[in-house]
Design a protein around this ligand. Structure first.
Ligand SMILES: NC(=O)c1ccc[n+]([C@@H]2O[C@H](COP(=O)([O-])OP(=O)(O)OC[C@H]3O[C@@H](n4cnc5c(N)ncnc54)[C@H](O)[C@@H]3O)[C@@H](O)[C@H]2O)c1
Length: 377
């Protein structure tokens, strides 16, 4: 497929979404890029900066346009599910920033919309396309872990002064950055969860979602035999610097990424021999930048962000530009459409990853009771 007969994409929501506009513009399989935002000033400013002339102030107008094949939603959390269902219903492929939805009913509705439409859905989970996660995958492929024995994830982020839908959000409703790396590396899903809310949250933050927890911590039983995972999420009243952390504990090696500004630690031990002490070592291998997996036209976007020292976005400042993930997400979404195959994070996978958090919050609201995570297949 050449550029001229490529995919016609629209990016919806130009805060974080702005970052993706030049990546689509430069992708060799993308014919054109449109932009959509309710805010006319944002629309004009992003359109001017990247010379994008096809602009929509209304999502409904975008849905009605027959010269758009695919949308990438980067709107606020409460809109993701409804907009995805509408886009798929209009025959458009749909990428959506996380989370896919905040209720099990909406997860099921997006899964059904993808199936009925025959179009592609992809949840754009940055945490499984970082350099660090690529490195973990290569360790897995090389057999370095041996049997995976346990997994742990955490996402710490202080959301004071973020847009209103964040205020008092159930922490586990936005847990995919901590959950997804664990379920992806073990190639499994969560089957049940016990979760506890922790800490106290000031009353005005409890009003919008009717829930009292600034922090939630969960233990998941996984479908993969004998495996459990632990996930913690903090949103308010916790003085921890931003971090989307994941840890893979294998029988022969453990890979721990705990500090945002430091490389992960790789612990290894000599093979288990009953009756013998195991020799161990620890190192900090620098995760490779996997721009080699990308078309040359977009390879530089693993390094260079739209947001930079002059123009900042809090999520980027705190999260190291999401560690090179953005062009990989765009490439996977676009290539899945071109190749006529499901995306790597199609609706069922996205629903499994998102449901784990939704069920965890349900458990926390029931004082830690066991909650089963449904299937979506
Ligand atoms: N690592 C990640 O994956 C990551 C990082 C940051 C943000 N996010 C997600 O990205 C989303 C956006 O984050 P943000 O910080 O840019 O938020 P934001 O609220 O600052 O920006 C959202 C933009 O979408 C526009 N918008 C809202 N509803 C719209 C509609 N119906 N039609 C068209 N435009 C609409 C708004 O005008 C605004 O410009 C959030 O939902 C968040 O979950 C993901």
């Amino acid at each position: 497929m050449g550029k001229a007969d490529g995919i016609r994409v629209a990016v919806v929501g130009l805060g974080f979404g702005k970052e993706f506009v030049p990546i689509y513009l430069d992708h060799p399989d993308v014919a054109s890029v449109a932009i959509c935002d309710l805010d006319p000033e944002r629309l004009a400013s992003v359109g001017g900066r990247f010379a994008v002339h096809r602009r929509f102030e209304s999502f409904d107008d975008l849905l009605a346009a027959d010269d758009i094949d695919a949308v990438h939603l980067v709107s606020g959390i409460p809109d993701h599910a409804a907009q995805a269902i509408a886009a798929l219903g209009c025959g458009k492929h749909c990428a959506s920033t996380v989370p896919m939805a905040t209720s099990l009913a909406d997860l099921r509705a997006v899964v059904a919309a993808e199936r009925v439409s025959g179009r592609n859905y992809m949840m754009m989970e940055t945490a499984v396309y970082t350099r660090q996660f690529f490195h973990a995958r290569s360790l897995l492929a090389d057999g370095a872990f041996g049997r995976i024995q346990f997994l742990r994830g955490a996402h710490y982020q202080d959301m004071e002064q973020w847009p209103p839908y964040w205020l008092g959000l159930p922490p586990m409703w936005y847990a995919t950055h901590a959950v997804a790396p664990l379920l992806a590396i073990a190639d499994t899903r969560a089957v049940s969860v016990h979760c506890f809310g922790s800490g106290t949250m000031r009353p005005e933050l409890q009003a919008r979602y009717g829930q009292p927890f600034p922090i939630e911590t969960a233990i998941f039983q996984l479908e993969a035999e004998g495996l459990a995972a632990e996930v913690t999420r903090t949103l308010f009243h916790a003085a921890r610097e931003y971090m989307e952390s994941f840890v893979v504990y294998g029988e022969n090696a453990c890979y721990e990424w705990q500090m945002e500004r430091e490389d992960p630690v790789l612990f290894t031990m000599s093979p288990v021999e009953p009756g013998s002490r195991r020799a161990g070592s620890a190192s900090r291998p620098v995760p490779a930048d996997r721009a080699d997996l990308l078309p040359p036209e977009i390879a530089r976007y693993t390094q260079r962000f739209v947001y930079n020292n002059q123009e900042t976005h809090l999520s980027f400042e705190q999260g190291g530009g999401h560690h090179g993930s953005h062009p990989h997400l765009v490439h996977e979404f676009v290539r899945s459409i071109v190749e006529g195959r499901p995306s790597a994070i199609s609706a069922v996978t996205a629903a499994n990853w998102t449901a784990a958090g939704i069920c965890a919050h349900e458990s926390a609201m029931q004082g830690g009771a066991r909650v089963e995570v449904p299937t979506f297949g």
